[in-house]
Design a protein. Structure first.
Length: 310
C-alpha cells in the first residue's frame, strides 16, 4: 500500500474520477458502494450543502482511484466506495470519516450495505453499531415483469413536445414544493423565510436544461394530460457500462397521484431499455416499488457510534 495517496474532492475537476471508480466497481447489491449517479445527482442538486465537498476524499493507486468517502444529505451522512482488492484501506477510510465530517445536531452516521464487510468491521472497531436498517427495491429485467398501461386521457411526451418549463412545474408540484407557495416564474420573487419559490424553480429548471455530465435525460419518460400539462416525470440515467437504469427523479403532480401514472412511466422505461441490454433498474425504499413488481431487495445499514446515541 506504499503506492497509495489521497486526494480531496474538487468539484470542477473530479466528477469523472468519482464516476469512473463507481462504474468500475458497481454491483447491483452495492457491495462495493453506491451506483455512480447517486453521487453525481446529489452534487448537482439544490438540496445538497456544497460547503463541505472538499471533505470528500479519494484514495488512489498511482492514477487509479480505488476508494472514495463522501457525504450526501445531511453532511453527517457518509458513504463509502471501495475497489475489491483494497480492503486493507477500510480502517483508514473509516478513521478519516469518523474525524473529518461534521455531525451538527445529529450523530454522524455511516451508510453501508450488508456486503461492505471490511468497512463494517472497521466501523464496529471504532464503536459504530447498526442504528437502523432499511430496504430499497430494484427491478431485475431478467426475472421481473413490469407492464402497466398508460391510463386513458394521458400520453407520453415526445421529444418534439418536451418543454423544460412544463417539466419544472411538474417537479415543483410533484415534490410538494407548493408548501412554499405556487409555482411562479423567475421574475416573481417571494419571501418564504428560506428558499424562495423562484429559486427552487430555477434550480429545477436548470436540472432539465443543463443536466449533470453523465445524466441521460433524453431517456426520461414524461407523461402529460389532455391539456398538454406534464403531470408525471420519471428521470433516467442510463449507465450502459453497468447495464444499469438509474431512476432519478420520479414524481407525479398531487392532483394526478394514485392513477397509475408512475407505474406506467416505469413500464415504459422497461420497454425502452430492455432492448438496449438493461439488467437492473433502481427504485427506492417506498413500498410502491415492491407493489408494482420491483423484485430485488437491498438492505441499507445506518451505523452510529455508541457514544453518540441519545
Amino acid at each position: 500500500m506504499n503506492r497509495i495517496r489521497t486526494k480531496q474532492f474538487q468539484i470542477l475537476t473530479d466528477i469523472d474520477l468519482a464516476w469512473n471508480l463507481m462504474t468500475d466497481v458497481y454491483c447491483p447489491d452495492e457491495r462495493n458502494g453506491p451506483a455512480a449517479p447517486f453521487f453525481e445527482y446529489a452534487v448537482n442538486s439544490s438540496w445538497l450543502n456544497k460547503r463541505y465537498l472538499a471533505l470528500n476524499r479519494f484514495w488512489l493507486d498511482g492514477d487509479t482511484p480505488v476508494a472514495f468517502v463522501f457525504y450526501e444529505n445531511p453532511a453527517s451522512a457518509v458513504y463509502f466506495v471501495l475497489r475489491p482488492g483494497y480492503e486493507a484501506l477500510a480502517d483508514e477510510m473509516i478513521a478519516y470519516a469518523d474525524t473529518a465530517f461534521p455531525a451538527f445536531d445529529e450523530p454522524r452516521e455511516f451508510v453501508l450495505t450488508k456486503g461492505q464487510t471490511a468497512l463494517i468491521q472497521a466501523a464496529e472497531k471504532r464503536g459504530y453499531r447498526i442504528e437502523e436498517e432499511e430496504t430499497e427495491y430494484l427491478f431485475d429485467f431478467r426475472t421481473g415483469k413490469l407492464d402497466y398501461p398508460l391510463p386513458a386521457g394521458f400520453h407520453f411526451v415526445t421529444p418534439q413536445e418536451a418543454d423544460p418549463l412544463k417539466e419544472a412545474r411538474c417537479m415543483w408540484e410533484g415534490f410538494n414544493s407548493e408548501e412554499l407557495g405556487p409555482f411562479v416564474d423567475w421574475e416573481t420573487p417571494r419571501d418564504t423565510g428560506g428558499w424562495t419559490p423562484h429559486e427552487l424553480y430555477y434550480s429545477v429548471l436548470c436540472s432539465t436544461m443543463s443536466p449533470p455530465p453523465h445524466a441521460t435525460y433524453k431517456d426520461t419518460v414524461v407523461i402529460a394530460n389532455e391539456a398538454g400539462d406534464d403531470v408525471c416525470f420519471a428521470g433516467m440515467w442510463w449507465v450502459e457500462k453497468n447495464h444499469l437504469a438509474y431512476l432519478e427523479p420520479l414524481c407525479t403532480a398531487p392532483a394526478y397521484q394514485h392513477r397509475g401514472l408512475a407505474a406506467a412511466a416505469l413500464s415504459e422505461h422497461v420497454r425502452r431499455l430492455r432492448p438496449r441490454g438493461a439488467v437492473v433498474m433502481t427504485g427506492g425504499g417506498n413500498d410502491f416499488y415492491k407493489k408494482i413488481g420491483f423484485n430485488v431487495e437491498i438492505r441499507i445499514l445506518h451505523f452510529r457510534k455508541d457514544t453518540d446515541r441519545p
